[in-house]
Design a protein around this ligand. Structure first.
Ligand code: D41
Length: 676
């Protein structure tokens, strides 16, 4: 009997520990133990529960997932309606909102209203019902009076407690908030979708909605969702504080997540200051927001104000300028890039979106054109979030005019008329004209003079276009033969700017090897790869002489880039370009390659458990590239163990020997640090 009791105690102790760590990690974003430790506690609990299934309860951390898929969602009618929010779009709207409050509350000018401010998360509004502290139901807002029962799905979201922490919570407590997907998780989800050839989600909001609409909670569990609470509904058998912000802080003490940006301000002036400050930081936030919600903070005032037609009089959402707008496609044209890639571009009726006027949007490639089904004349939704280039999100089919035609990839290059070829399995079609194509020449020159390449100041895109069109420059080396007279005669150039440009062309002759390699425009060789090549091989002849295998010895150079590099140096005209540049006076200092000590020289690493972010082979390769030896078993000679989920005896041994242990994320951080 006594041993039975101790197991019950042990189980409840483990559950409490796990809940606490879960709270630290997902709600406070401040983990206090390594992941490996958490996994160990979790597996310990799981094992105990397997031995004593009669002790399993629904609020155990092991029971978040595991339910059978549903065949349909049932409906939930909200006991208290979930209200909607009025919108404001300007300072005037905000002042009018405040004036209504003053009128209704019969306030005089020297009385100040206190507002709670919080970002308006762009997700899905939901309701959570806790009875005696246990999560018994999760539901979508739906139309405000009826939503869908998504209990099994909300249970999988780690920032939602299955049981409230602490005490003092009402017997029945309905918590309302927004389920959303942080930007980073969204990007990763789409990256995986792309790798699997699945259709990506258009935005984090759609991804959240799609994830909650899954009948199989295992799928929801795999999606990086979070929940942030912003109000309460039913409160029975208990009391809550008398201001909105105090209520939310109370919710936080029970383990619920609230927004860290929440603040209290005075008057509509304070609201506008908060708005401006957050609008500025909008793109730095980890999640997307579409505005700010302002709420009268005093619950007594809220009650006096009440609501009209399902929206409270005491709250308003001040929206940011839209990041999505509708506009019309005037034409779909094809642009030729530096590597000959022929890219479809949508020319748009100019539209103000995300704070700028957009009149072009890349369509990337024909696969994308087909996926969107976009045609010239279509109305499309354009999205521009932050600094991201504008994208065509979707076509508004209902608005398609008559007589539109599907887009066809031209058979010949729109610039030079050479044949356009599409290699099987590649999404991109390319102009086969090479440097005989003026478009490719222009782009190659633009790349050559760019800041991270030869850094030639004063040679803008328009001037390059003109120089190529007038046939004054065909290849980079010819830049060094330009005369003052020629330059000064170009449009918008004068005597002074020509002199200045000649100076910067002259100055660019002394260059660093890495920049020169980058300037050559070898496919897939970006700034970082160029630097790696320079440091690893030290000289241009050495790079040119390296075969694919030798190239892959350099860190971060994979088989595909290696192929492109070899192929570049096998093309006669590329060698001629290099020769001409050297003859024109371009020069650099070779780099001495010693058998430099690598940062992990002499260190022995052991990998154990499952790696989730990179393959074991990749981790091994990267560690080796930094000089480490990667061994199969743990001994006194081991310097570090990298342990993923499911790690067993090797991890145990490492602990016994007090060998440093990293989880996968920490190893990746280390690799990044040592490679930077
Ligand atoms: O972040 C949000 N999306 C958010 C939505 C928020 N921070 N506060 C909200 N407050 C309310 C009231 C004032 C009605 C309690 C809301 C919403 N409502 C809301 N979300 C969807 C419909 C209404």
């Amino acid at each position: 009997m006594s041993s039975e009791l101790s197991i019950t105690q042990l189980i409840s102790q483990l559950r409490e520990q796990l809940q606490q760590h879960n709270y630290q990690y997902y709600v406070l974003d401040n983990p206090t133990i390594p992941d490996a430790e958490y996994d160990r506690l979790f597996h310990q609990l799981k094992a105990l529960e397997q031995e004593h299934p009669e002790l399993i309860t629904g609020d155990s951390p092991t029971q978040r997932v595991g339910a059978q898929p549903l065949s349909a969602f049932s409906q939930v009618s909200h006991e208290m309606p979930m209200l909607s929010l009025d919108n404001a779009f300007s300072t005037e709207d905000m002042q009018a909102f405040e004036k209504r409050l003053y009128d209704r509350l019969k306030l005089v000018d020297d009385q100040v209203i206190e507002y709670a401010c919080e970002p308006k998360l762009d997700g899905i509004a939901v309701s959570l019902l806790y009875e005696d502290g246990v999560l018994v139901r999760g539901a979508t807002r739906g139309d405000g009076s009826t939503g869908e029962n998504i209990t099994l799905n909300v249970r999988t979201i780690p920032s939602i407690p299955l049981r409230l922490m602490g005490d003092g919570y009402p017997v029945r407590l309905e918590v309302r908030g927004e389920i959303y997907m942080p930007k980073q998780g969204f990007a990763k989800l789409n990256q995986i979708a792309e790798q699997h050839g699945d259709k990506p989600f258009v935005n984090p909001r759609n991804a959240s909605a799609g994830s909650l609409r899954q009948l199989d909670p295992k799928i929801t569990a795999s999606r990086p969702l979070e929940m942030c609470c912003y109000s309460v509904g039913i409160v029975e058998g208990g009391e809550l504080p008398h201001s909105h912000t105090d209520i939310l802080h109370k919710l936080a003490t029970w383990g619920l997540k609230i927004n860290a940006e929440m603040a209290v301000v005075k008057g509509s002036t304070g609201c506008m200051e908060y708005y401006a400050e957050l609008a500025e930081r909008r793109n730095e936030l980890a999640y997307e927001i579409d505005g700010i919600v302002f709420k009268v903070n005093d619950i007594g005032l809220q009650q006096r104000l009440g609501f009209v037609s399902r929206a409270p009089r005491w709250a308003i959402a001040h929206k940011f300028p839209a990041q999505e707008e509708i506009t019309r496609v005037r034409a779909i044209e094809f642009q030729v890039g530096r590597t000959g890639a022929v890219t479809p571009v949508a020319r748009l009726e100019p539209v103000f979106v995300g704070g700028v006027t957009v009149s072009n949007a890349t369509l990337h490639n024909m696969d994308e054109v087909e996926r969107l089904g976009v045609r010239s004349g279509d109305s499309v939704i354009i999205r521009r979030a932050g600094d991201v280039i504008p994208q065509v999100v979707s076509v508004v089919q209902e608005r398609r005019p008559e007589g539109t035609e599907p887009v066809q990839m031209p058979a010949t290059c729109p610039v030079c008329d050479s044949e356009v070829v599409r290699i099987e399995d590649e999404a991109v079609a390319r102009c086969s004209g090479g440097l005989s194509c003026a478009a490719q020449r222009k782009e190659a020159l633009k790349h050559y003079v760019s800041r991270k390449a030869m850094d030639i100041d004063g040679l803008g895109e328009k001037l390059i276009d003109a120089l190529v069109e007038r046939e004054l420059v065909h290849s980079p080396a010819e830049l060094y033969r330009l005369h003052h007279r020629q330059l000064a005669s170009m449009e918008r150039m004068g005597d002074k700017s020509a002199t200045k440009l000649l100076n910067s062309i002259e100055k660019s002759k002394a260059i660093e090897l890495a920049n020169f390699i980058y300037a050559l425009g070898i496919r897939e060789v970006g700034e970082a790869t160029a630097r790696t090549l320079a440091l690893h091989f030290g000289s241009l002849p050495a790079i040119r002489a390296a075969d694919e295998e030798a190239l892959q010895q350099a860190s971060d150079i994979g088989p595909i880039v290696a192929k492109y590099i070899v192929s570049f140096f096998h093309q006669q005209h590329n060698l001629e370009v290099i020769e001409a540049l050297i003859s024109a006076g371009v020069h650099w200092q070779d780099i001495e390659v010693s058998d430099q000590a690598l940062p992990l020289d002499g260190k022995t690493y052991v990998l154990t458990g499952t790696l989730e972010l990179m393959s074991r082979a990749e981790a091994k390769k990267q560690l080796q590239a930094l000089g480490a030896k990667v061994a199969g078993s743990v001994s006194k000679k081991t310097d570090c163990v990298v342990a993923g989920p499911g790690a067993g005896s090797k991890l145990q041994k490492a602990e016994e020997l007090e060998i440093p242990i990293l989880d996968e994320a920490a190893m990746i951080a280390l690799l990044e640090q040592l490679n930077s």
